[in-house]
Design a binder for this molecule. Sequence first.
Ligand code: ARG
Length: 462
Amino acid sequence: MASLWGGRFEKDMDELVKKYNASIFFDQRMYNEDIDGSIAHVTMLGKQGIVTEAERDQIIAGLEGIRKDISDGSIVFTVEDEDIHMGIESRLIARIGDVGKKLHTARSRNDQCQVDGRLYLKKEIREILNSLCCLESVILEKAEKYADQITVGFTHLQHAQPITIGFVFMAYFQMFKRDIQRLMDTLERMDCNPLGSCALAGTTMPIDRHLTSQLLGFAAPCENAMDGVSDRDYSLEFLSDASISMMHLSRWAEEFAWWNSSEFSYIAIDDSFCTGSSIMPQKKNPDMAELIRGKVGRVYGDLMQLLTVMKGTPLAYNKDFQEDKESLFDAIDTWKATIDIFAKMLDKTEFRMDRIEQQLSRGFLNATDIAEHFAKQGIPFREAHAIVGRMVKACENKNCDFRDLTEEDLQSIDSRVTKESLGDISIKACVDARMSFGGTAPAEVRRQIAVGKAWLDSLACQ
Ligand code: ARG
């Protein structure tokens, strides 16, 4: 197949160069967007009188035929196609003859690859937003179910304070909420149409970039042609959104792995999300949680790859930019699959309250509550903190709990402290009393759930 750009060349491309230069093996995934872009372009050329209506119709029919043949597998691209833009255009010319050669009037592959990229990413972002919304609704359901169930809250991986499981769920809800908002911001900022930027400087042809923007569902044409063909920050934004969200997923996956460990056994991950060992018959490993934790590495790598490609590239288009696609596609696939699998795993996970309850009496989880109790009785908090610290020490020496300290023990720690002054220090009373805004009390968690639900409903995800 003769190249579409061969006019000034005397020699054919070296075979190694053909392979190295080709992007067809990865950019063909944008064939639908490439055809949509071409149809909008030729529709505009027709409206502007640059091609006749009959030519426009012939070109559109040819493109739709190619779309069908690609989707049913009767067109198989090869290295000779170089990229999806030329793969489709050369087939159009072969199919409808010379009229097909008019399609490339007032455009360039430089703007074309950006139209495809932006359309494709917009579509994928909408799907990822839907997946994140599904994850959020699973979280809300579970938060509701476990709104009253108490577990151990950790800092430094040490027992810290009692919290509700619903509260933990709502903490993650907030992280994914910000992930959704970040992605929506990215979608809004990237919503401009580069078509008609041409190679870098626009065109002398009387095109209408507002019309193609409208036809393709972009908010507006990109304001500056040179920026339109050279900007990849929308991909970088997407990759950083993906990296941050994958980091959130990997943090929760890590908690899943240790909640599921023999030492904790706070949860039992469903069999369908675990794998066995080829040698140890008893093993049931939390492989999905570990893989999620691991896959974040790829996505960080994708972000670093494109940041590095873009660094120091002069205006306008450079072939380096062709390297913007594989990492983007990899991040899209990885992030989407990870959200979906995590949501499903979460949905099927139940907490083992019997195991968790055994841990609630360990680690003096109510120590801060006692200090706050003393502070309410007028003891300055710093002193209250020191008193409870001495109570912990006394308990450790006697190998007992706060409740087991005698009146004498308490008096020797501080004359203001009596058994009576400790008040209700049951774990449940402590949790119920943490009613400060954003706190862990079941009633407060239910308020957070209601706010979260209203926000999610307002997004109208599918
Ligand atoms: N395959 C190319 C890419 O993805 C298309 C643009 C080529 N433009 C050019 N001037 N060589 O970046």
